[in-house]
Design a protein around this ligand. Structure first.
Ligand code: XMP
Length: 520
């Protein structure tokens, strides 16, 4: 990897922490360009004039495991300020003659750090308090400070929770300032960047967009790229980014599975083909999906059938485009870490997520994943920068298998029609009441039970509609949204009165865990 030599930056040396990308994100948020490089790849020659500050990340290693050949001590002796975080703090101390040993008490989670001395790093960090809450995650700790270092703050278990060597501009923190659980953590990072490294803001969403466009052009050259467009935020942003980067060399394929939200196919074609003038191949595969799903009621089977058929159809149409070398995907950073636990082992499988992951191997395609280091809200910002409408950018997530997993039991054309209507009324009501953007995800589901009702003196025996609306940060955990009674009354009346086939509405009040967001 060669580092960008043109832009002043903060260089993040990665020791394998699950939070390294979060450090980069915080630096970006402060309007500064940053680059991440593995401790195994960094070389002294990379320390050019553009590096204005170095952050050493945390990591699962023990300082005594770092091979001296993989990390040259001279890298830290170039008169460039250094901030060591957690493991980075330990290695900074160790390389300067300090000692690190296993802590008597391991610290995971929240802890308090108490101010001991003033430092530029902690300017306005403690405010008028003597302590701050921070987030720790360590088993080892610095047990002896190197020469010329002083303590800035201590926790109950770590005497050297914040340290500095003012002359050399070396700073170390045992906790993680990049995570939101650390109170005022961003202030520490900001102090390091602006007061210590004295770097000026040079990185905006527009710069990020231009850099990503440049990277895509370098990666794909004059080759053709295909992209599965779903109309969701991530695939829309990827498609539009590639559209800007390579124009007509991009071919988007949009498969209508018949399991999409009401009018979705019309909106996607309107936006991407008509307004944004992309090469968009629209495939209406409603019948094919319905046929394959006939009489299937097992959720995992539904997911497998839909995923496989999607890939088959996508491949069928992709083959018609000659000489395609790349497949673009809207993989985000959380997608990359979701499949790995902290130790790098696989987590247990709850649901098979539907994506086009099987394609590159089968079709001999290389992947273009320009969003893979971004978080969802950064992708949304990028989308706006790329002139995508607010409506597309702030849509609720929608799963690949679509309405199929919101309809426990068998799938029929009639049930899909009923569900599309119920979902449409629910989402429309959320928008009308100004609630849509307060909710992370909302949808209607159709349960495979019929219950008795009475309408105009007549007995009815119809389906049960379930509404789900949740608040969440990232979809990993969720809580139900608390509606006012007036809203619930209004939407339940609207659904029951307008849709033939539903005579009862229930609201799902379970959180995730123990439930999941989708029903299947
Ligand atoms: P669960 O149901 O696992 O959902 O709590 C978490 C989030 O993931 C979405 N989801 C999917 N997204 N393909 C996707 O692209 C899928 O197969 C899939 N299954 C669930 C779900 O809508 C929620 O936002």
């Amino acid at each position: 990897m060669s580092l960008d030599q043109n832009l002043n930056k903060i260089l993040i040396i990665d020791f394998g922490s699950q939070f390294t990308q979060l450090i980069a994100r915080r630096v970006r948020e402060l309007g500064i360009f940053s680059e991440i490089i593995s401790h195994k790849k960094i070389r002294l020659k990379d320390m050019n004039n553009s590096v204005k500050g170095i952050v050493l990340s945390g990591g699962p290693l023990n300082v005594y495991q770092i091979n001296k050949y993989s990390f040259d001590k001279k890298i830290l002796q170039q008169n460039i300020p250094v901030l060591g975080i957690c493991f980075g703090h330990q290695i900074l101390s160790k390389l300067n003659g300090g000692k690190v040993r296993q802590s008597k008490h391991r610290e995971f989670g929240l802890a308090k750090v108490y101010k001991k001395n003033n430092s530029l790093l902690t300017s306005n960090f403690f405010g008028n308090k003597k302590s701050k809450q921070v987030w720790m995650s360590h088993a080892d700790q610095v047990s002896k400070l190197p020469k010329n270092f002083k303590v800035v703050a201590s926790s109950t278990n770590s005497k050297f929770a914040i340290v500095e060597n003012k002359i050399k501009k070396y700073y170390g923190v045992q906790f993680h300032p990049e995570v939101t659980h650390t109170e005022n953590g961003k202030k520490l990072i900001s102090n390091f960047i602006f007061l210590i490294c004295k770097i000026k803001s040079n990185w905006s969403s527009e710069d990020q967009k231009n850099q990503l466009i440049k990277d895509v052009r370098i990666q794909v050259g004059t080759n053709k790229v295909i992209c599965a467009l779903s109309g969701g935020v991530d695939s829309s942003v990827v498609a539009q980014l590639l559209n800007k980067a390579i124009g007509k060399k991009l071919y988007c394929i949009f498969v209508n599975t018949g399991l999409l939200r009401k009018n979705e196919e019309v909106q996607v074609v309107q936006t991407f083909k008509k307004r944004l003038k992309m090469n968009l191949i629209y495939v209406n595969a409603e019948k094919e999906f319905l046929k394959k799903l006939k009489n299937v009621f097992d959720p995992e089977k539904k997911r497998k059938i839909i995923g496989n058929l999607f890939i088959k159809i996508f491949e069928r149409y992709a083959k018609k485009i000659k000489n395609v070398k790349f497949l673009a995907q809207g993989t985000l950073y959380p997608d990359l870490i979701e499949s790995k636990s902290v130790t790098g082992s696989q987590t247990s499988k709850i649901k098979s997520h539907h994506n086009v992951g099987g394609l590159p191997k089968k079709m001999n395609l290389k992947l273009v994943e320009p969003l893979k280091f971004l978080f969802k809200d950064e992708v949304r910002k990028l989308g706006l920068e790329l002139n995508l409408s607010k409506e597309i950018i702030s849509r609720h997530p929608f799963p690949g298998p679509g309405l199929a997993i919101r309809m426990p039991g068998i799938i029929t054309k009639e049930k899909i029609k009923i569900l599309k209507e119920a979902d449409y009324y629910f989402i429309q009501a959320l928008k009308d009441y100004g609630l849509y953007h307060k909710i992370w995800q909302a949808y209607a589901a159709l349960l495979p039970v019929k219950t008795v009702g009475v309408m105009g003196d007549n007995r009815t025996y119809e389906y049960l509609c379930l509404l789900r609306a949740i608040t969440s940060e990232d979809g990993m955990t969720a809580d139900y949204y608390e509606f006012k009674k007036s809203f619930m009354q209004s939407i339940s009346n609207k659904i029951v009165n307008s849709i033939r086939g539903i005579n009862r509405v229930v609201y799902d009040v379970t959180s995730k865990p123990p439930s999941t967001i989708e029903l299947e």
